[in-house]
Ligand binder design. Structure first.
Ligand SMILES: NC(=O)c1ccc[n+]([C@@H]2O[C@H](COP(=O)([O-])OP(=O)(O)OC[C@H]3O[C@@H](n4cnc5c(N)ncnc54)[C@H](O)[C@@H]3O)[C@@H](O)[C@H]2O)c1
Ligand SMILES: [Fe+2]
Length: 415
């Protein structure tokens, strides 16, 4: 082969290699998004000033739950920020689940304050509000724009989260749930910049959480873990976090409801909510959340209560395609015996969830709510449009949701 033929040969090989690489499609990839920094454990809040200084914060806007503020739970944070020389403004505006109007007014405050860091302090309501304010405020966008698929705006200031409930996992998710101005629908916004830069998780802030809120928020965390474990987009890392969270919740949730002052059990629950949050933020949820976003807004049902009611009904529906997953969950809930078939284990997991709800004093059906049969079709339509539906492991139709709602209404006779 002469040198000209050799050059042609090389060019041909090069073009075949280029074409082959261009046609390669990666398979089975998954992203894993988490806060840059986490500080977790009893007394973690005392270190918040140091952490914020490391992150370069100098002027912090704190979006806080009003009850938490009035209870004096923010004093340690205030002292730590003072000692670190960080200026801050506390806006204790969260008195219920946040809505569009609240986000708009706090966004104006953010601009006036010239804050370079937003910190959410409270339950999921305060954290979700802080996250939406930071992204909407600095990208100068409305919530409608944030909720549009492919929204390209960016958050250009810091974001931190201090949870005072162990449930939503919002401190480690790239999600914010905000009520529309009509307080009838919810925006479920997912964006990479909604992931906080810093999570400070201190079980000492959760000791006075009332038993009913402790139970409802804990069941929210359990729902995250179970939905993330079975989600279509789940993957080994999310599954490992989710299954581990189920085990911790089974162990610690009854204890924190019965004895809220048990700091070790509170830490176990806070860690479980964190793990479940990371799991679902990186894998997806399912039908429980798709429906609960609708009925929570319409009938003023606390998020965890709505999830708890729906969870066993949705598990029964999904069991057709999730037998193996639910059998593993039964194992973590401690309700398997030798000799049980996988199907028996799967059904045992559903019974165990029902029993846990009863033990915690949470409602097991929708009978005590204002839900009405006339609304079922609209709820089903909206649930099918919810971002959470796409990760439900079983295909769902409007008729399936209506049937499920009828089942979940139990013996309600005023439908
Ligand atoms: N971003 C996410 O990934 C995500 C996930 C699930 C749910 N959510 C959203 O989170 C919100 C619910 O959050 P939540 O369940 O944490 O409830 P919440 O923040 O609404 O708080 C519930 C109640 O507990 C009180 N409270 C909070 N901490 C307390 C404490 N330490 N001591 C005493 N009282 C305390 C609050 O004042 C409030 O009355 C809903 O809007 C839901 O849609 C978000
Ligand atoms: Fe949730």
């Amino acid at each position: 082969m002469n040198s000209r033929e050799q050059a042609l040969d090389n060019a041909l090989i090069e073009s075949i290699v280029t074409q082959t690489v261009d046609e390669l499609a990666p398979r089975g990839l998954f992203n894993f998004n988490a806060p840059r920094q986490t500080l977790m454990g009893e007394g973690a809040i005392l270190k918040i000033g140091d952490k914020l200084r490391q992150l370069g914060a100098s002027q912090v806007l704190v979006i806080a739950d009003r009850v938490v503020h009035e209870q004096g739970l923010m004093r340690s944070m205030e002292r730590s920020l003072e000692r670190a020389g960080i200026k801050f403004t506390i806006y204790p505006c969260i008195t219920r689940e946040p809505d569009e109007t609240l986000v708009a007014s706090a966004t104006e405050l953010l601009a006036r304050n010239q804050a370079d860091f937003v910190l959410g302090f409270g339950g999921g309501s305060a954290l979700d509000a802080a996250k939406a304010i930071a992204l909407a405020g600095t990208s100068q966008s409305s919530l409608q724009q944030l909720a549009e698929p492919g929204f390209a705006g960016r958050r250009v200031i810091g974001l931190g989260a201090v949870p005072t409930t162990a449930g939503t996992g919002s401190e480690v998710t790239d999600i914010s749930v905000i009520m529309c101005a009509d307080r009838w629908h919810k925006f479920v916004i997912k964006h990479v910049d909604l992931m906080p830069d810093l999570a400070i998780v201190d079980p000492g802030l959760m000791l006075d959480l009332p038993p009913l809120v402790t139970a409802a928020t804990g069941i929210d965390a359990l729902t995250h873990a179970i939905e993330a474990y079975g989600a279509r987009s789940s993957h080994p890392l999310a599954k490992a976090l989710a299954i581990c969270a189920v085990q911790s919740i089974a162990e610690a949730l009854p204890i924190v409801v019965g004895n809220g002052g048990d700091i070790a059990a509170r830490l176990t629950m806070a860690t479980a909510a964190y793990k479940a949050g990371l799991a679902f933020s990186n894998s997806g949820l399912g039908l429980v959340h798709a429906i609960s976003h609708q009925i929570g807004a319409r009938y003023r049902l606390a998020h965890g209560i709505a999830n708890g009611i729906l969870l066993p009904y949705v598990m029964r529906f999904n069991a057709l395609v999730c037998q193996r997953e639910y059998a593993a969950i039964a194992h973590m809930l401690g309700v398997t015996r030798t000799g049980m078939t996988e199907r028996e284990q799967c059904m045992a997991s559903i019974d165990a969830v029902r029993q846990l709800l009863a033990d915690l004093g949470l409602p097991g059906n929708l009978a005590g709510t204002n839900i009405h049969r006339d609304d079922f079709a609209a709820i089903a339509t909206d649930a099918l449009a919810d971002v959470c539906i796409r990760d439900n492991p079983r295909n769902v139709t409007e008729a399936d949701i209506v049937t499920l709602l009828e089942e979940a209404c139990g013996n309600k006779n005023n439908l």
